[in-house]
Design a protein around this ligand. Structure first.
Ligand code: ATP
Ligand code: MG
Length: 415
Protein backbone atom coordinates (compact mmCIF):
# COMPACT_ATOMS: atom_id res chain seq x y z
CA UNK A 1 0.00 0.00 0.00
CA UNK A 2 1.29 3.46 -0.82
CA UNK A 3 2.36 5.45 2.24
CA UNK A 4 0.10 8.41 2.88
CA UNK A 5 2.07 11.55 3.52
CA UNK A 6 0.80 13.79 6.33
CA UNK A 7 0.11 17.31 5.09
CA UNK A 8 2.40 19.87 6.74
CA UNK A 9 1.48 22.85 8.86
CA UNK A 10 1.50 25.84 6.53
CA UNK A 11 4.64 27.98 6.82
CA UNK A 12 4.15 30.93 9.14
CA UNK A 13 1.10 29.46 10.92
CA UNK A 14 1.12 28.18 14.48
CA UNK A 15 -0.48 25.51 16.63
CA UNK A 16 -0.57 27.04 20.07
CA UNK A 17 -0.67 24.60 22.98
CA UNK A 18 0.33 24.13 26.62
CA UNK A 19 2.18 26.95 28.37
CA UNK A 20 2.23 28.97 25.15
CA UNK A 21 -1.55 28.76 24.89
CA UNK A 22 -2.00 29.70 28.54
CA UNK A 23 0.11 32.83 28.09
CA UNK A 24 -1.86 33.67 24.96
CA UNK A 25 -5.10 33.21 26.92
CA UNK A 26 -3.78 35.38 29.71
CA UNK A 27 -3.21 38.24 27.26
CA UNK A 28 -6.74 37.90 25.86
CA UNK A 29 -8.38 37.58 29.29
CA UNK A 30 -6.49 40.55 30.72
CA UNK A 31 -7.33 42.62 27.64
CA UNK A 32 -11.01 41.79 28.07
CA UNK A 33 -10.94 42.71 31.75
CA UNK A 34 -9.12 46.01 31.25
CA UNK A 35 -11.25 47.08 28.28
CA UNK A 36 -14.31 46.90 30.56
CA UNK A 37 -12.61 49.30 32.99
CA UNK A 38 -12.32 51.77 30.10
CA UNK A 39 -15.89 51.11 28.88
CA UNK A 40 -14.92 49.90 25.40
CA UNK A 41 -17.50 47.67 23.65
CA UNK A 42 -16.53 44.38 22.12
CA UNK A 43 -17.20 43.89 18.39
CA UNK A 44 -16.89 40.77 16.18
CA UNK A 45 -15.90 41.29 12.55
CA UNK A 46 -15.44 39.17 9.42
CA UNK A 47 -12.04 37.62 8.82
CA UNK A 48 -12.21 38.57 5.14
CA UNK A 49 -13.35 41.74 3.37
CA UNK A 50 -13.50 43.03 -0.16
CA UNK A 51 -9.92 43.72 -1.21
CA UNK A 52 -10.85 47.38 -1.78
CA UNK A 53 -11.41 47.86 1.97
CA UNK A 54 -7.67 47.44 2.62
CA UNK A 55 -6.31 48.70 -0.69
CA UNK A 56 -8.13 52.05 -0.32
CA UNK A 57 -7.68 52.68 3.35
CA UNK A 58 -4.12 51.49 3.90
CA UNK A 59 -2.78 52.93 0.62
CA UNK A 60 -1.43 51.08 -2.42
CA UNK A 61 2.19 51.95 -1.68
CA UNK A 62 2.30 50.47 1.80
CA UNK A 63 4.19 47.23 2.50
CA UNK A 64 0.99 45.57 3.67
CA UNK A 65 -0.99 46.28 0.48
CA UNK A 66 1.84 45.99 -2.01
CA UNK A 67 3.35 42.73 -0.77
CA UNK A 68 1.78 41.21 2.32
CA UNK A 69 -1.91 40.64 1.58
CA UNK A 70 -3.58 37.25 1.21
CA UNK A 71 -5.96 38.12 -1.64
CA UNK A 72 -7.95 35.69 -3.76
CA UNK A 73 -10.94 35.57 -6.05
CA UNK A 74 -13.83 33.63 -4.55
CA UNK A 75 -16.02 31.29 -6.62
CA UNK A 76 -18.20 34.22 -7.60
CA UNK A 77 -15.16 36.09 -8.97
CA UNK A 78 -15.07 38.72 -6.22
CA UNK A 79 -11.62 39.78 -4.98
CA UNK A 80 -11.42 39.15 -1.24
CA UNK A 81 -8.59 39.62 1.25
CA UNK A 82 -7.92 37.96 4.60
CA UNK A 83 -7.68 40.89 6.99
CA UNK A 84 -4.08 42.06 7.51
CA UNK A 85 -5.28 44.32 10.37
CA UNK A 86 -8.53 45.40 12.04
CA UNK A 87 -8.84 49.15 11.59
CA UNK A 88 -9.92 49.20 7.95
CA UNK A 89 -12.64 46.59 8.56
CA UNK A 90 -13.91 48.52 11.57
CA UNK A 91 -14.08 51.71 9.48
CA UNK A 92 -15.96 49.79 6.78
CA UNK A 93 -18.46 48.50 9.36
CA UNK A 94 -18.84 51.99 10.81
CA UNK A 95 -20.06 53.12 7.38
CA UNK A 96 -22.03 50.10 6.14
CA UNK A 97 -23.71 49.33 9.49
CA UNK A 98 -24.72 52.90 10.30
CA UNK A 99 -22.67 53.05 13.51
CA UNK A 100 -22.30 56.82 13.10
CA UNK A 101 -25.29 57.22 15.38
CA UNK A 102 -23.18 55.86 18.27
CA UNK A 103 -20.18 58.15 17.73
CA UNK A 104 -17.86 58.55 19.48
CA UNK A 105 -17.57 54.81 19.46
CA UNK A 106 -15.06 52.98 21.66
CA UNK A 107 -14.46 49.48 20.32
CA UNK A 108 -12.19 46.52 20.90
CA UNK A 109 -11.76 43.23 19.13
CA UNK A 110 -9.20 40.46 18.81
CA UNK A 111 -8.49 37.55 16.51
CA UNK A 112 -6.32 36.24 13.70
CA UNK A 113 -4.80 38.53 11.05
CA UNK A 114 -2.83 37.49 7.98
CA UNK A 115 0.27 38.89 6.31
CA UNK A 116 2.56 37.25 3.78
CA UNK A 117 5.87 37.97 5.51
CA UNK A 118 9.11 36.09 6.05
CA UNK A 119 8.40 33.97 9.14
CA UNK A 120 10.80 34.28 12.09
CA UNK A 121 10.61 34.60 15.86
CA UNK A 122 7.71 36.95 16.67
CA UNK A 123 6.70 37.21 13.00
CA UNK A 124 4.14 34.89 11.46
CA UNK A 125 1.83 34.74 8.45
CA UNK A 126 -1.20 34.10 10.59
CA UNK A 127 -0.80 35.93 13.86
CA UNK A 128 -3.23 37.42 16.35
CA UNK A 129 -3.93 40.94 17.44
CA UNK A 130 -5.82 42.68 20.16
CA UNK A 131 -7.17 45.98 18.85
CA UNK A 132 -8.73 49.11 20.37
CA UNK A 133 -10.25 52.02 18.44
CA UNK A 134 -12.09 55.28 19.16
CA UNK A 135 -14.01 56.46 16.11
CA UNK A 136 -15.60 59.88 15.86
CA UNK A 137 -13.48 61.61 18.50
CA UNK A 138 -11.37 64.53 17.25
CA UNK A 139 -10.00 65.46 20.70
CA UNK A 140 -6.54 64.58 22.03
CA UNK A 141 -8.35 63.10 25.04
CA UNK A 142 -9.05 60.06 22.84
CA UNK A 143 -5.32 59.45 22.44
CA UNK A 144 -4.81 59.88 26.17
CA UNK A 145 -7.54 57.37 26.99
CA UNK A 146 -6.25 54.78 24.49
CA UNK A 147 -2.65 55.13 25.62
CA UNK A 148 -3.59 54.94 29.29
CA UNK A 149 -5.56 51.78 28.47
CA UNK A 150 -2.52 50.29 26.70
CA UNK A 151 -0.22 51.28 29.57
CA UNK A 152 -2.52 49.69 32.17
CA UNK A 153 -2.83 46.54 30.08
CA UNK A 154 0.95 46.11 29.94
CA UNK A 155 1.20 46.73 33.69
CA UNK A 156 -1.53 44.20 34.49
CA UNK A 157 0.21 41.66 32.28
CA UNK A 158 3.32 42.27 34.37
CA UNK A 159 5.42 43.23 31.35
CA UNK A 160 5.58 47.02 31.58
CA UNK A 161 9.19 46.95 32.79
CA UNK A 162 11.57 47.44 29.88
CA UNK A 163 8.76 48.50 27.57
CA UNK A 164 8.72 52.18 26.64
CA UNK A 165 6.08 54.28 24.98
CA UNK A 166 7.57 56.21 22.07
CA UNK A 167 5.49 59.06 20.81
CA UNK A 168 5.59 61.32 17.80
CA UNK A 169 3.36 63.69 15.88
CA UNK A 170 2.95 63.57 12.13
CA UNK A 171 1.09 66.87 12.22
CA UNK A 172 -1.95 67.92 10.26
CA UNK A 173 -2.20 67.98 6.45
CA UNK A 174 -0.39 71.35 6.12
CA UNK A 175 2.42 70.21 8.42
CA UNK A 176 2.78 66.92 6.67
CA UNK A 177 2.98 68.47 3.20
CA UNK A 178 5.67 70.95 4.22
CA UNK A 179 7.68 68.30 6.08
CA UNK A 180 7.31 65.88 3.21
CA UNK A 181 8.80 68.43 0.80
CA UNK A 182 11.74 69.01 3.14
CA UNK A 183 12.30 65.25 3.46
CA UNK A 184 12.19 64.71 -0.29
CA UNK A 185 14.78 67.45 -0.75
CA UNK A 186 17.03 65.90 1.93
CA UNK A 187 16.74 62.35 0.62
CA UNK A 188 17.13 63.41 -3.02
CA UNK A 189 20.45 65.02 -2.08
CA UNK A 190 21.62 61.58 -0.81
CA UNK A 191 19.98 59.62 -3.61
CA UNK A 192 23.16 57.71 -4.46
CA UNK A 193 23.53 56.25 -0.94
CA UNK A 194 19.96 55.08 -0.35
CA UNK A 195 18.85 51.44 -0.54
CA UNK A 196 16.80 50.36 -3.58
CA UNK A 197 13.68 50.10 -1.42
CA UNK A 198 14.10 53.62 -0.16
CA UNK A 199 14.74 54.96 -3.65
CA UNK A 200 11.33 53.60 -4.61
CA UNK A 201 9.82 55.14 -1.45
CA UNK A 202 11.30 58.51 -2.35
CA UNK A 203 8.73 58.88 -5.09
CA UNK A 204 5.74 57.33 -3.39
CA UNK A 205 6.09 57.44 0.37
CA UNK A 206 9.20 59.38 1.52
CA UNK A 207 8.18 59.35 5.20
CA UNK A 208 8.72 55.61 5.24
CA UNK A 209 12.45 56.07 4.62
CA UNK A 210 12.63 57.39 8.20
CA UNK A 211 11.80 53.99 9.64
CA UNK A 212 13.89 51.96 7.20
CA UNK A 213 15.87 49.19 8.89
CA UNK A 214 18.48 49.08 6.10
CA UNK A 215 21.89 50.16 7.48
CA UNK A 216 22.59 52.11 4.26
CA UNK A 217 19.55 54.30 4.98
CA UNK A 218 20.05 54.80 8.71
CA UNK A 219 22.60 57.69 8.69
CA UNK A 220 20.59 59.52 6.02
CA UNK A 221 17.33 58.97 7.89
CA UNK A 222 18.91 60.03 11.18
CA UNK A 223 20.15 63.32 9.75
CA UNK A 224 16.81 64.15 8.07
CA UNK A 225 14.95 67.29 9.16
CA UNK A 226 12.63 66.96 12.18
CA UNK A 227 8.94 67.62 11.78
CA UNK A 228 9.08 70.19 14.61
CA UNK A 229 10.14 73.09 12.39
CA UNK A 230 7.10 72.50 10.18
CA UNK A 231 4.40 72.05 12.80
CA UNK A 232 1.48 74.45 12.46
CA UNK A 233 0.29 76.04 15.70
CA UNK A 234 -2.74 73.81 15.63
CA UNK A 235 -0.69 70.64 15.21
CA UNK A 236 1.71 71.67 17.92
CA UNK A 237 -1.12 72.49 20.36
CA UNK A 238 -2.68 69.13 19.62
CA UNK A 239 0.54 67.28 20.42
CA UNK A 240 1.01 69.32 23.60
CA UNK A 241 -2.49 68.32 24.72
CA UNK A 242 -1.69 64.64 24.16
CA UNK A 243 1.59 64.76 26.10
CA UNK A 244 0.05 66.92 28.84
CA UNK A 245 -2.82 64.44 29.19
CA UNK A 246 -0.40 61.52 29.45
CA UNK A 247 1.55 63.30 32.16
CA UNK A 248 -1.68 63.99 34.06
CA UNK A 249 -2.72 60.34 33.74
CA UNK A 250 0.67 59.14 34.97
CA UNK A 251 1.72 57.45 31.72
CA UNK A 252 5.45 57.61 31.00
CA UNK A 253 6.43 58.40 27.38
CA UNK A 254 9.39 59.54 25.38
CA UNK A 255 9.60 61.48 22.15
CA UNK A 256 10.87 59.71 19.07
CA UNK A 257 10.89 62.23 16.26
CA UNK A 258 11.89 59.48 13.79
CA UNK A 259 8.76 57.44 14.46
CA UNK A 260 6.45 57.17 11.48
CA UNK A 261 3.85 54.50 10.93
CA UNK A 262 3.75 52.27 7.87
CA UNK A 263 0.24 53.12 6.76
CA UNK A 264 -0.84 56.20 4.83
CA UNK A 265 -3.80 57.09 6.98
CA UNK A 266 -1.99 58.38 10.07
CA UNK A 267 -2.32 62.03 11.19
CA UNK A 268 -1.13 63.82 14.30
CA UNK A 269 -0.26 61.19 16.89
CA UNK A 270 1.80 58.07 16.17
CA UNK A 271 3.08 55.78 18.88
CA UNK A 272 4.74 52.47 19.62
CA UNK A 273 5.40 50.52 22.80
CA UNK A 274 8.85 49.05 22.25
CA UNK A 275 11.00 46.54 24.13
CA UNK A 276 14.53 45.28 23.60
CA UNK A 277 13.60 41.85 25.00
CA UNK A 278 12.31 40.49 21.66
CA UNK A 279 15.24 41.16 19.33
CA UNK A 280 14.30 42.61 15.97
CA UNK A 281 10.58 42.16 16.63
CA UNK A 282 10.60 44.73 19.44
CA UNK A 283 7.36 46.61 18.76
CA UNK A 284 4.63 45.07 20.88
CA UNK A 285 1.84 47.61 20.49
CA UNK A 286 1.44 50.38 17.95
CA UNK A 287 -1.05 52.83 16.55
CA UNK A 288 -2.04 56.41 16.05
CA UNK A 289 -4.64 58.83 14.74
CA UNK A 290 -6.18 58.13 11.34
CA UNK A 291 -8.42 61.10 10.58
CA UNK A 292 -8.35 60.45 6.81
CA UNK A 293 -9.28 56.77 6.85
CA UNK A 294 -13.08 56.80 6.84
CA UNK A 295 -13.06 59.34 4.01
CA UNK A 296 -10.80 57.11 1.93
CA UNK A 297 -13.60 54.53 2.11
CA UNK A 298 -16.10 57.04 0.74
CA UNK A 299 -17.47 58.14 4.12
CA UNK A 300 -17.82 61.58 5.69
CA UNK A 301 -14.88 63.26 7.42
CA UNK A 302 -14.50 61.16 10.57
CA UNK A 303 -11.67 61.34 13.08
CA UNK A 304 -10.35 58.16 14.68
CA UNK A 305 -7.51 56.83 16.83
CA UNK A 306 -6.52 53.28 17.62
CA UNK A 307 -3.87 50.72 18.38
CA UNK A 308 -3.15 47.07 17.81
CA UNK A 309 -0.79 44.67 19.55
CA UNK A 310 0.51 41.28 18.54
CA UNK A 311 -0.81 38.74 21.05
CA UNK A 312 2.15 36.42 20.40
CA UNK A 313 4.68 39.16 21.14
CA UNK A 314 2.90 40.10 24.38
CA UNK A 315 2.58 36.41 25.31
CA UNK A 316 6.34 35.90 24.86
CA UNK A 317 6.96 38.58 27.50
CA UNK A 318 4.43 37.23 29.97
CA UNK A 319 5.78 35.08 32.82
CA UNK A 320 5.45 31.34 32.61
CA UNK A 321 2.00 30.21 33.70
CA UNK A 322 1.01 27.34 35.94
CA UNK A 323 -0.99 24.51 34.42
CA UNK A 324 -4.71 24.58 35.13
CA UNK A 325 -5.46 22.55 38.24
CA UNK A 326 -8.20 20.09 38.98
CA UNK A 327 -10.00 20.47 42.30
CA UNK A 328 -11.32 16.95 42.71
CA UNK A 329 -10.50 13.56 41.20
CA UNK A 330 -13.16 10.87 41.63
CA UNK A 331 -11.84 7.29 41.47
CA UNK A 332 -13.73 4.02 41.04
CA UNK A 333 -11.29 1.61 42.63
CA UNK A 334 -13.65 -1.23 41.75
CA UNK A 335 -15.53 -1.58 38.45
CA UNK A 336 -18.76 -2.14 40.40
CA UNK A 337 -18.67 1.57 41.34
CA UNK A 338 -18.06 3.12 37.94
CA UNK A 339 -21.69 4.33 37.86
CA UNK A 340 -21.35 6.02 41.28
CA UNK A 341 -18.08 7.65 40.28
CA UNK A 342 -19.52 9.01 37.02
CA UNK A 343 -22.59 10.28 38.91
CA UNK A 344 -20.40 12.00 41.48
CA UNK A 345 -18.13 13.70 38.92
CA UNK A 346 -21.17 14.95 36.98
CA UNK A 347 -22.73 16.35 40.17
CA UNK A 348 -19.48 18.05 41.19
CA UNK A 349 -19.09 19.69 37.78
CA UNK A 350 -22.69 20.93 37.89
CA UNK A 351 -21.90 22.38 41.32
CA UNK A 352 -19.00 24.35 39.82
CA UNK A 353 -16.16 22.12 41.00
CA UNK A 354 -13.46 21.32 38.39
CA UNK A 355 -13.30 17.51 38.45
CA UNK A 356 -12.02 14.45 36.64
CA UNK A 357 -12.97 10.81 37.04
CA UNK A 358 -10.68 7.80 36.82
CA UNK A 359 -12.61 4.66 35.90
CA UNK A 360 -10.30 2.94 33.43
CA UNK A 361 -7.06 0.99 33.59
CA UNK A 362 -5.99 -1.44 36.30
CA UNK A 363 -8.24 -0.85 39.37
CA UNK A 364 -5.21 -1.21 41.69
CA UNK A 365 -3.39 1.66 40.01
CA UNK A 366 -6.31 4.08 39.81
CA UNK A 367 -5.82 5.61 43.24
CA UNK A 368 -2.14 6.34 42.52
CA UNK A 369 -3.15 7.88 39.22
CA UNK A 370 -5.57 10.13 41.10
CA UNK A 371 -2.81 11.30 43.45
CA UNK A 372 -0.54 12.04 40.50
CA UNK A 373 -3.23 14.14 38.82
CA UNK A 374 -2.42 16.82 41.38
CA UNK A 375 -5.98 17.20 42.66
CA UNK A 376 -6.71 19.06 45.88
CA UNK A 377 -9.18 16.35 46.90
CA UNK A 378 -9.64 12.72 46.02
CA UNK A 379 -12.96 10.91 46.31
CA UNK A 380 -12.59 7.16 46.13
CA UNK A 381 -15.32 4.51 45.65
CA UNK A 382 -14.26 1.01 46.66
CA UNK A 383 -17.13 -0.89 48.18
CA UNK A 384 -16.67 0.59 51.64
CA UNK A 385 -20.00 0.36 53.54
CA UNK A 386 -19.19 3.68 55.20
CA UNK A 387 -19.54 5.43 51.84
CA UNK A 388 -16.94 6.93 49.52
CA UNK A 389 -13.52 7.73 50.95
CA UNK A 390 -12.84 11.46 50.75
CA UNK A 391 -9.42 12.98 51.29
CA UNK A 392 -8.40 16.57 51.17
CA UNK A 393 -4.86 17.10 49.89
CA UNK A 394 -4.17 20.68 50.82
CA UNK A 395 -7.78 21.69 50.26
CA UNK A 396 -9.29 24.22 52.64
CA UNK A 397 -12.03 23.25 55.12
CA UNK A 398 -14.55 25.21 53.09
CA UNK A 399 -13.60 23.37 49.89
CA UNK A 400 -13.82 20.01 51.67
CA UNK A 401 -17.22 20.87 53.11
CA UNK A 402 -18.51 21.95 49.68
CA UNK A 403 -17.50 18.67 48.05
CA UNK A 404 -18.88 16.64 51.00
CA UNK A 405 -22.17 18.47 50.63
CA UNK A 406 -22.43 17.69 46.91
CA UNK A 407 -21.66 14.03 47.60
CA UNK A 408 -24.20 13.86 50.41
CA UNK A 409 -26.90 15.31 48.17
CA UNK A 410 -26.15 12.55 45.66
CA UNK A 411 -27.16 9.75 47.96
CA UNK A 412 -30.42 11.51 48.88
CA UNK A 413 -33.48 9.94 47.29
CA UNK A 414 -34.33 11.54 43.94
CA UNK A 415 -37.55 13.52 44.24
P1 ATP B 1 6.58 45.39 12.25
O1 ATP B 1 7.35 46.65 12.13
O2 ATP B 1 7.06 44.48 13.35
O3 ATP B 1 6.37 44.67 10.94
P2 ATP B 1 4.04 46.62 11.87
O4 ATP B 1 4.31 48.07 11.90
O5 ATP B 1 3.87 45.92 10.56
O6 ATP B 1 5.12 45.83 12.75
P3 ATP B 1 1.37 46.93 12.89
O7 ATP B 1 0.75 46.88 11.56
O8 ATP B 1 1.44 48.20 13.62
O9 ATP B 1 2.82 46.27 12.83
O10 ATP B 1 0.70 45.82 13.82
C1 ATP B 1 0.59 45.99 15.22
C2 ATP B 1 1.33 44.92 15.99
O11 ATP B 1 1.07 43.63 15.46
C3 ATP B 1 2.84 45.01 15.94
O12 ATP B 1 3.30 45.96 16.84
C4 ATP B 1 3.25 43.61 16.33
O13 ATP B 1 3.16 43.44 17.73
C5 ATP B 1 2.20 42.78 15.67
N1 ATP B 1 2.64 42.21 14.40
C6 ATP B 1 2.74 42.83 13.19
N2 ATP B 1 3.12 41.98 12.23
C7 ATP B 1 3.26 40.76 12.84
C8 ATP B 1 3.61 39.44 12.38
N3 ATP B 1 3.87 39.20 11.10
N4 ATP B 1 3.67 38.45 13.29
C9 ATP B 1 3.39 38.67 14.60
N5 ATP B 1 3.04 39.87 15.10
C10 ATP B 1 2.97 40.91 14.23
MG1 MG C 1 5.10 44.83 9.28
Amino acid sequence: MARIETPKRVRGTQDIFGDEQRRFQRVVDTFDRVRRLYCFSRVELPVFESTAVFARSLGETTDVVSKEMYSFDDRGGESLTLRPEFTAGIARAYLTEGWRQYAPLKLVTHGPVFRYERPQKGRYRQFHQIDAEVIGAPEPAAEVELLTFADQLLKELGIAEGVTLQLNTLGDAATRDAWRDALVEHFAAHRGDLSEDSLARLEKNPLRILDSKDPRDRPIADSAPDIDAYLTNEASDFFAAVTGGLDAAGVAWSRNSRLVRGLDYYRHTAFEFVTDRLGAQGTVLAGGRYDGLVESLGGPETPGVGWAAGIERLAMLVEETVAETVDVVVVAEDDAFIGEALGAVAALRRAGVASESITTGSPKKRYDKALKAGARQVVSFKGDPAGPGHRGLGASDAELAHVAQVLAALSAPVA
